[in-house]
Design a protein around this ligand. Sequence first.
Ligand code: ZN
Length: 206
Amino acid sequence: MSHTDQSIDVPTLLEISASGALVGSTRRYEKFSGEMAGVYLDEAAWKAEVAGKGADNLVYSVNEHKYQNGPGALIVGTSCVLPGSYGDEYAVTRGHLHAVSDRAELYYCLSGRGVMLLDTVDGGTSAVELAPGQAVNVPGHWIHRSVNVGDEPFVTLFCYSADAGQDYTIIAEAGGMKNLVVHDGPDGWTTVPNPRHTGYRSEPSA
Ligand code: ZN
């Protein structure tokens, strides 16, 4: 078996903080409000946010540690979704289905309060609230997105197969996920049907 970067294909100590800092990470990426076009139902609210805070205002970030691409390897990382609202909707990540769609993923809440919003392409839907110490084990074949329903950063530790990949277009092509997470109810949030959702295409057969 050949590895492209043997130097990091060794056991590595990772230091993970409740804020999402990850000592030992091999990659960090950030999403800015200007990159979230079409994600929120209330387009005017999103435009107002971009106009007010700038297109380069950070909305979420990810730190990850990956030692190789091969089957069996894991990616471990942290996701930090900043609090925010766009009209009635809470701040979300773009969301995805794994490109190798049977790959599962664990999300463990480190700090803040959020919801993992989940759909299957054939109509299944779920929303799991997470507080520190709680986790959701996302089975394969579930489209998933993190939603911050609190007023501090929603930080999770995640772990999934390094060969899973992400299909982001499946949500955009369907007009968004089946439900929206909005301000309401005794818990401060509830789900309502997304009027723009047109149904998902089938999963790729590959
Ligand atoms: Zn995932």
